[in-house]
Design a protein around this ligand. Structure first.
Ligand code: GCO
Ligand code: MG
Length: 418
């Protein structure tokens, strides 16, 4: 069998740019699909697929996934960029999809079979105040959720404009000042998505005291700091949250702050999750080997797909670290399926992040995994089990805009990791 074409398909059924790679073969109707979604740089990933991976892979045997992975990985000489890793991931997942179709079995069976029937998931609750967050938590609990992530004001807590997740950069930015005192921004040279890290850090422990007080131990609770506060404040928050028994506290620190993870570990027993921002093995090896985290949260296309992710899961298992793959709206249903196949096959599965799959998404991606009773359920189709309707995908063209929410600034204008 030979690869005849490698294509990138861009679509945005939910308004979020998704990148899918299709690997076509010389076997009638046999192709594979993979997720290459780096939504903030979608067109660049597509270009890398079309200009570099397609000519590199044409004529090769799709069966040799490991060899082709390394071929793509070193072909650019420089390695581990988010854009190139996503392009590689799209091909990699598609090759596993083809291998499953040829073997007429789901990928989880190729990976050693199921360790469980379905993957426990967590849902996303937000709100302007603790009461509103609780209402959303209870809504998910009523739908059968077993675990809920609680945020108040998105990431970094912009309480005032919760409805606009990507608050437009504004010169005035009235809602974020140091206790009401802030430089006049009339003609500020620093437009941005302003937030107050101090107010945010002080708001979260009372939020969990309130929610835990109302629901008791009936749900697992999670929170994402999203690297929005100074390292010492992250340690202070992890300690303050201990009484509320979080399932995990995510991204307390930026990936390059490895030393602080050692201080955090020494001072708090709150379980820590990290990894969605990782691209390079150097970013996760020490965190896992020194057991500085409890859950690895990789966005698997950012490290190059299923092939490296299953190795990362094996490394994590040997150090008692569990998986909690990144699964937000900027992962396509094919990426969610790849997460799920790993979740089913890896013994050290922890929990799976998931989104609600709307009708538009499901019509473009037939076979999208099913969300039911607090779990994500696979279909037993060969390969990854998700297809792509290209005609329907074309109905939802992506738009390329300047990204606002990553222009996150502290009240004095300092740009901080988003
Ligand atoms: C999460 C993440 C996401 C990211 C998003 C970036 O835990 O799901 O933090 O919300 O911010 O995927 O594009
Ligand atoms: Mg996160």
């Amino acid at each position: 069998m030979k690869i005849t074409r490698v294509r990138a398909i861009l679509t945005a059924p939910d308004g979020i740019a998704l990148v899918v790679v299709k690997v076509e073969t010389d076997q009638d109707g046999l192709y594979g699909l993979g997720c290459a979604t780096f939504t903030q740089r979608a067109t660049v990933v597509a270009k890398a697929v079309e200009d570099y991976l397609d000519p590199l892979l044409r004529g090769r045997d799709p069966a040799n996934i490991e060899d082709l992975w390394h071929l793509m990985y070193v072909n650019s000489y420089w390695r581990n960029s988010g854009v190139l890793n996503n392009a590689i991931s799209g091909v990699d997942m598609a090759l596993w999809d083809i291998k499953g179709k040829v073997a007429n079995m789901p990928v989880y069976d190729l990976l050693g079979g199921k360790c469980r029937e379905a993957a426990m998931v967590y849902r996303h609750a937000d709100g302007r105040d603790p009461k509103e967050v609780l209402d959303n938590v209870l809504k998910y609990q009523a739908e059968g959720a077993l675990a809920v992530r609680c945020q108040m004001g998105g990431y970094g807590g912009r309480v005032k404009d919760i409805t606009k997740r990507n608050a437009r950069p504004s010169r005035k930015a009235p809602q974020a000042t140091h206790r009401g005192k802030g430089p006049d921004r009339a003609d500020s040279a620093f437009p941005g998505a302003y937030y107050d890290p101090d107010a945010y850090a002080r708001s979260i422990p009372p939020l969990f005291e309130y929610v835990r007080g109302k629901i008791g131990d009936s749900l697992f609770l999670l929170h994402d700091i999203h690297e929005r506060i100074a390292p010492i404040d992250a340690i202070r928050m992890a300690k303050a949250l201990e009484p509320y028994r979080l399932f995990f506290l995510e991204d307390p620190l930026a990936p390059d702050q490895i030393e602080w993870f050692r201080r955090l570990r020494d001072q708090s027993a709150t379980p820590i999750a990290m990894g969605e921002l990782h691209n390079n093995p150097l970013e996760w090896r020490a965190l896992i080997a020194e057991q500085l985290i409890d859950f690895i949260r990789t966005h698997i296309s950012q490290i190059g797909g299923l092939t490296p992710a299953r190795k990362q899961a094996a490394l994590a298992e040997s150090f008692g670290v569990r998986t909690a793959w990144h699964g937000p709206g900027d992962v396509s249903p094919i990426g969610h399926a790849a997460n799920l196949h790993l979740d089913l096959a890896c013994h050290n599965f922890g929990i799976q992040e998931v989104i609600f799959f709307g009708e538009a998404l499901k019509e473009v991606f037939p076979g999208t995994p099913e969300l039911r009773d607090g779990y994500l359920w696979p279909n037993s189709k060969p390969g990854l089990g998700v297809d792509l309707d290209e005609v329907k995908a074309a109905k939802y063209p992506i738009t390329v805009n300047v990204i606002d929410w990553t222009q996150s600034r502290w009240p004095d204008g300092t740009l901080w990791t988003p």
